[in-house]
Design a binder for this molecule. Sequence first.
Ligand code: UDX
Length: 450
Amino acid sequence: MTIRPRLTVIGTGYLGATHAICMAVMGFEVLGVDVDASKIEKLSAGAVPFFEPGLPELLTKALESGRLRFSTDFQEAAAFGDVHFICVGTPQAAGSEAADLRYVDSAVTTLARHLTRRALVVGKSTVPVGTAARLAGLLRELAPAGDAVELAWNPEFLREGFAVDDTMKPDRMVFGVTSDWAEQQLRTAFEPVLAQGVPVKVTDLQTAELVKVAANSFLATKISYINAMAEICEATGADVHDLAEALAYDERIGGRFLRPGLGFGGGCLPKDIRAFAHRAEELGVGQAVGFLREIDGINRRRRARTVDLVVELCGGDVAGKRIAALGAAFKPNSDDIRDAPALDVAATLHRMGADVVVYDPAAMDNARRVHPELCYATNALDAARDADVVVLLTEWNEFREIEPSAMAAVVRRAKIVDGRHALVPASWRAAGWEYRALGRPIVPSAQGAQ
Ligand code: UDX
């Protein structure tokens, strides 16, 4: 039997905490490391500091097994681990489209200084292509063990809300390596995952780095493509919902990521396409991915057009009007509000003078912290009380289950903007609502038609 390597996971944010917990559940000895002592304290006490279905139960299980510990000490990490996963964030840099690499650089530099024996450092963070080669140089230069420390790249494709499944049984694994030894170490570290038949692509460092940004760019392109079609539908009275369904029957196109609406947000897609375009320009091949700026532009326009539609339903001015905003998270089953289209729309309407009341099933605390100027309700019906317009901004199942007549009874005017194409228009119209969704034809409500 192969001896299982001991793992460290540097950075215990969304990606790192999930990775550390899942690897411990799969039978590895794992040490999670972070510079943020409060995060380490919470995780050690069995609390997951963000919303992710299924993860709290797995953290409890991993801690009880004795295989998972957390620490802020890099020296301890270096002494403990055979394979070190770098899972720190790479946010968009302030005032630039580039990725901010300071956390990656600092994690690798700090760890390297303590590496006195053979080890594999594995980057999982999303980075501009070329970063891995630079980090490999840093490791060689700074690690007391010198060439005995190698770098590999293993991009992570996990989606929020599905993080556990995506980690335990991903669609594919990508190993960017420069030696057979590194490949073997990764195969051993992911043995329980690979044993399920998950395909693995072994490649060089730069291709591995690129797979991640290429995948996210493709997904963003697909979403913006259908949203561009929505704009055409708006100009012609065609229905983007039917159009997307008809396109999806073509297996070459497929229906996933072809949902029209308010567009993409979150901590990955928006910043990744910007950082990719920026990096391509640095490399002198900006033209090759110039279309990503269009993709970003189409996506930003969805937010503005949603605001415009609410303004239209308010008769041309939202000042003094009460707007119920259903949703704050960038997508359902998440409390993440990073670059959330929902909050962007809510905050813009507030700035225009509307009285905006927000409700989200999971992201209220985060939303309150960043947008204290907005009002918050404890459920959808309370948010809708006396509203002039209700606008659905995040497609939580809870909102799909709203009884249109029950909500009609509490609003001032029964007008709804379905920013996510999540509702069944006929049921809302039958209950007397004026139902509007970008890219869908205007049909009078049952009452309006009478
Ligand atoms: C994404 C990638 O899917 C994942 O592989 C990568 O590792 C990180 O980035 P995530 O940000 O968790 O994951 O969310 P995802 O489910 O991809 O959704 C991104 C955004 O696109 C959300 O705002 C969602 O509402 C929007 N979206 C998605 C659409 O507007 N339409 C769609 O058809 C699909």
